[in-house]
Design a protein around this ligand. Structure first.
Ligand SMILES: [Zn+2]
Length: 645
């Protein structure tokens, strides 16, 4: 027995080695620095290709694992076969060859057995899928940053715990996905132990740990041979079963009776206990209290992981403190440096386009493993680089110079709410939000475009705007707008898209986006002109950000120029004003800067126009549907300037 246990841990180690290799394979860019010394992503030097595909090895080990368990072989035999499957490609190479020969000779002897198992796998297995649903309402039902952070950490822990249990009891190769509140695993039976199924275990732990969160889970039975040959079909069925399960979750109905005290944090559920929160005795419900505690005592924060991934300390990005945890803001107002007049935060919500369709094309387990690692590694690294880079840009705007001055920011200007799978949601200081979007889209495009790409919606709003409302708007309206623009692009030209809206007070968040866009961004009737080119691609946004930065000195003139269009609601009057101003100005600096090229390109390269205040463009209004429109890009520059003020 002892020996079988050792064999098990050896096989587990080997499987973890291949998982590590697989995650190192992606993405195709890595951390670098630009000419100004700021962190950025750069294309990796040519990959020579790997002799052995880690995804193939892992998938093979999973099949051998399942097929062996289905045939009821002994523990010892099982782990020897797993070891054989995990080492056979390299078993002729030194020093592995000698190591295996003298320590685990049984593994080498099993190679031919493993080959025949793989050629003709018998038996059945299960694909178990579990996910937390309605994550957004769970995370954002409490307004405080600390509780939001706690909630998002609790969700991560829930899926990691289940994945950990599967890795322990079945083997690390059995875990196909563990990201974005979703776990997918291959299991020999739907049961975790004599009592509980994997699905029930997930639900029970969700309730014990998080209380009120909706979860769904299902396990799909399949012939092992089908898992190998037609994986996407089984995956599709499992997801359908899980979607169906969603409607049967049995959460207790929550109602606060008139005489009951409400929880001070969520203000919806009845209070269940008194706790000291921020120095005050507070009535709270169980669910909010665990979020509060978790947010407080986060061992490793998402921000810490992001900085670790790019190998930078807070100081290296212009923030005081040695660890990310030390300089994580507890309040949104702490993310915005003191002394900044316009107290804006930016709330971003993003996800991938066409990623669902990609899954349907996954024929094998190895394809799927590769894809899910590729997506999550790309998103994590792109977000981490974007976060570090935009923080540096923010610190620089406060006088920081990389390597030359001390830090200028007291707190990290970010809070990551969700990051994993193809989902992304975060809050940051308004000034740097657009820079984050630019870097994130540029890097994810490097990996995926044109077939797949990300879209982001960003609301830049007053720091006092309720987070939940801001997130709902960013996701429900802005992200959808950006995604429609992606779908409208010609397939070969597709790139990631983003759109933003600036609402400097909570009341300015429009109740309906479509009407608002028409009112705000279109002028004139005879010559209908659109005052925005949104949604933008990364290239377009980069160009405009740089342009806005160059025009910092001339902000007043830029506003007056835009005003001429907006106030008269006439493109003709606006154009006349432009020509008149340009003609009579002796000092041409402003117009030269506005019309000229910059480091990110020129109006011609980026938008295929010579700069004029109004222009007909082969671009559908608001990026939706078909057609051309007449555009004036001045207002976009004004809003970008305002966001960065
Ligand atoms: Zn509560």
């Amino acid at each position: 027995m002892r020996e079988a246990e050792d064999l098990k841990s050896a096989a587990d180690e080997a499987a973890r080695f291949w998982r590590e290799r697989l995650s190192k394979k992606f993405p195709s860019f890595e951390k670098g620095f630009d000419e100004e010394g700021l962190i950025d992503g750069v294309k990796k030097a040519g990959d020579k290709g790997e002799a052995v595909s880690p995804a193939e090895v892992l998938s093979r080990a999973a099949v051998v694992n399942l097929a062996s368990r289905a045939s009821n072989c002994s523990e010892e035999e099982l782990h020897l076969r797993r070891l054989a499957a995990l080492t056979m490609d390299l078993s002729q190479q030194e020093p592995l060859r000698s190591f295996l020969r003298s320590n685990i000779p049984g593994a080498i002897e099993r190679i031919s057995r493993v080959r025949s198992l793989l050629a003709e796998p018998r038996g059945e297995a299960y694909l178990v899928v579990c996910a937390a649903k309605g994550i957004k309402s769970y995370i954002f039902e409490t307004p405080g940053l600390n509780e939001i952070r706690g909630a998002s950490t609790l969700l991560d822990e829930l899926v990691e715990e289940l994945a950990g249990k599967a890795a322990e009891s079945i083997g690390p190769e059995a875990v196909l996905r563990c990201a974005a509140s979703t776990v997918e695993l291959l299991a020999p039976s739907p049961y975790f132990d004599d009592q509980l199924s994997w699905a029930d275990l997930f639900k029970r732990r969700a309730y014990e740990k998080l209380k009120y969160v909706q979860v769904a889970a299902a396990s799909q039975k399949a012939r092992i041979a089908d898992l190998i040959e037609r994986f996407s079909r089984t995956l599709g069925k499992a997801h359908l079963a899980m979607e169906a399960d969603r409607f049967y979750d049995e959460l207790p109905l929550l109602e606060t009776l008139p005489f009951e005290q409400r929880c001070a944090l969520c203000r919806t559920r009845p209070a269940e206990r008194w706790e000291t929160i921020r120095g005050e005795e507070t009535a709270v419900c169980e669910a909010c209290f665990v979020k509060f505690v978790r947010g407080r005592s986060e061992r490793r924060s998402k921000l810490g992981e992001a900085l670790e991934l790019v190998g930078l300390t807070p100081e290296a990005i212009g923030v005081e403190g040695e660890t990310a945890e030390q300089c994580t803001a507890d309040l949104i107002s702490d993310m915005i440096p003191k002394g900044v007049r316009r107290r804006l935060m930016a709330v971003a919500y993003g996800d991938g386009n066409n990623f669902g369709a990609a899954l349907k094309g996954m024929r094998t387990i190895a394809d799927y493993l590769s894809w899910s690692f590729r997506v999550s590694q790309t998103v994590k690294l792109a977000a981490s680089i974007a976060l570090a880079r935009s923080t540096q840009i923010g610190a620089r705007s406060m006088g920081w110079l990389p390597g030359k001055t001390g830090p200028k920011l007291k707190k990290l200007p970010f809070q990551i709410l969700a990051l994993g799978g193809d989902d992304l949601s975060l809050i940051c200081w308004g000034r740097i939000g657009l820079h984050f979007c630019e870097t994130f889209l540029r890097l994810t495009d490097m990996e995926f475009a044109p077939q797949y790409a990300f879209s982001l919606g960003m609301l830049i709003c007053d720091e006092k705007t309720p987070v939940r409302r801001a997130v709902e708007f960013a996701e429900g309206e802005l992200l959808k707008w950006a995604k429609r623009a992606f779908r409208g692009m010609r397939p070969e030209r597709r790139r990631g898209t983003m759109t933003f809206l600036l609402a400097d007070s909570p009341e300015r968040i429009p109740p309906d986006l479509e009407g608002f866009r028409e009112r705000m961004f279109s002028i004139g009737s005879s010559l209908k002109t659109y005052m925005t080119l949104r949604p933008f691609t990364a290239d377009e946004l980069r160009f405009l950000l740089e342009k806005a930065d160059e025009l910092r000195e001339h902000r007043g003139r830029l506003y007056r120029l835009a005003q001429a269009f907006i106030a008269s609601r006439s493109a003709l009057v606006g154009a006349l004003h432009y020509a008149y101003q340009k003609g009579r100005t002796i000092e041409k600096g402003f117009f030269e800067t506005l019309e000229g090229p910059n480091g990110a390109g020129s109006w011609e390269e980026i938008f295929r126009i010579k700069f004029l205040p109004i222009h007909k463009l082969d671009r559908p209004p608001f990026g939706e549907g078909e057609g051309k429109g007449i555009y004036c890009p001045v207002w976009d520059l004004v809003e970008i300037c305002k966001a960065m003020e």
